[in-house]
Design a protein around this ligand. Structure first.
Ligand code: Z5A
Length: 217
C-alpha cells in the first residue's frame, strides 16, 4: 500500500501568478519523481467546472453572498470525493490552485460572511481534510489587478473594487500568521525568476519533509 500523498495548495489575490507558479512547481516535483495531480478551485471536476462558470459569469443581478458560498462548497464536495481524496490515498501529491483558505479570504474577508458559517461547511464537506502546506503568493493589490487587466475581459470577481481586494489580501496575511506551520509566504511582486528561485527552495523543503516522513520517494 502506498503512503498518503501531500496536499499542497496555492493561494493569493487575483493575478498574483498562482497558475504560473503552480505549473512551475508541478514541473519541479515531476522532475524529482513525484506523481503529481494538478487541479483548481472552483473546478477540478466536470461538475466543479460548471459551477465555476456559474460563479465567474458576469450577471445582471447581484449574487447573494451565502448563495455564492454554498456553490463554492458544493463544487468542493465533488472535488474532494471524486479527485482529491482518491489521489492522496493512491500516494499522489495534489497541487490545488486555491482551496478553503480562499473562502476565508474572499467570502469572509471580502464579502463579510461570518467565519462560523464557513467553519460549519468546512467540517461538513471536508471532515478532517486540510492542506499539508499552503503557499501564499502575496503582492500589492495594484500589481495583481494590473496583471489581470492586461489579460483582457474581467470576470465577476475581477470587477470587484480595490478595497475588496485589500480586505482579501489582509485576510490571507492574517491566516498565514495564525497558521504559520503550514503556510509559506512568497513575495510575488518580485520578477518571475526570483519567484521561481523561491519555488525551488519550497520544493526542496517539501521533498526533505517527505523523506523524513519515512515513506521516501
Ligand atoms: N474564489 C472565491 O471567491 N472563493 C473560493 O473559495 C475560491 C475561489 C476557491 C477564480 O479564481 C475566482 O474564484 C477568484 C476568487 C474566487 N477570483 N478572483 N479574483 P482564479 O484563481 O481562477 O482567479 P484569479 O485569482 O484571477 O487567478 P488567475 O486569473 O488564474 O491569476 P493567477 O493564477 O494568480 O495569475 P497567472 O495567470 O499565473 O498570472 C497572471 C499574469 O501575470 C500572467 O500574464 C503571468 O505571465 C504574469 N506573471 C505571473 N507572475 C509574474 C511575475 N512574478 N512577474 C511578472 N509577471 C508575472
Amino acid at each position: 500500500m502506498s503512503a498518503r500523498g501531500f496536499f499542497i495548495t496555492m493561494e493569493g489575490g487575483e493575478g498574483v501568478g498562482k497558475s504560473t507558479s503552480l505549473f512551475y512547481l508541478e514541473a519541479l516535483l515531476t522532475a524529482r519523481g513525484v506523481d503529481v495531480v494538478t487541479t483548481r478551485e472552483p473546478g477540478g471536476t466536470r461538475l466543479g467546472e460548471e459551477v465555476r462558470e456559474l460563479l465567474l459569469r458576469v450577471r445582471g443581478e447581484p449574487v447573494d453572498a451565502v448563495a455564492e458560498l454554498l456553490l463554492i462548497f458544493a463544487a468542493r464536495a465533488q472535488h474532494i470525493n471524486a479527485l482529491i481524496e482518491p489521489a492522496l490515498a493512491a500516494g499522489k501529491w495534489v497541487l490545488s490552485d486555491r482551496f478553503t483558505d480562499a473562502t476565508y479570504a474572499y467570502q469572509c474577508g471580502g464579502r463579510g460572511v461570518d467565519r462560523d458559517k464557513v467553519e460549519q461547511l468546512e467540517r461538513l464537506v471536508q471532515g478532517t481534510l486540510r492542506p499539508d502546506f499552503t503557499l501564499l503568493l502575496d503582492a500589492p493589490v495594484e500589481v495583481g489587478m494590473q496583471r489581470a487587466r492586461e489579460r483582457g475581459a474581467l470576470d465577476r470577481f475581477e470587477r470587484e473594487t480595490r478595497l475588496f481586494f485589500e480586505r482579501v489580501r489582509q485576510g490571507y496575511l492574517r491566516q498565514a500568521q495564525d497558521q504559520a506551520g503550514r503556510y509559506r509566504v512568497i513575495d510575488a511582486g518580485q520578477p518571475l525568476e526570483t519567484v521561481q528561485k523561491m519555488l525551488t527552495a519550497f520544493s526542496d523543503e517539501l521533498l526533505a519533509r517527505w523523506a523524513t516522513t519515512g515513506t521516501g520517494l
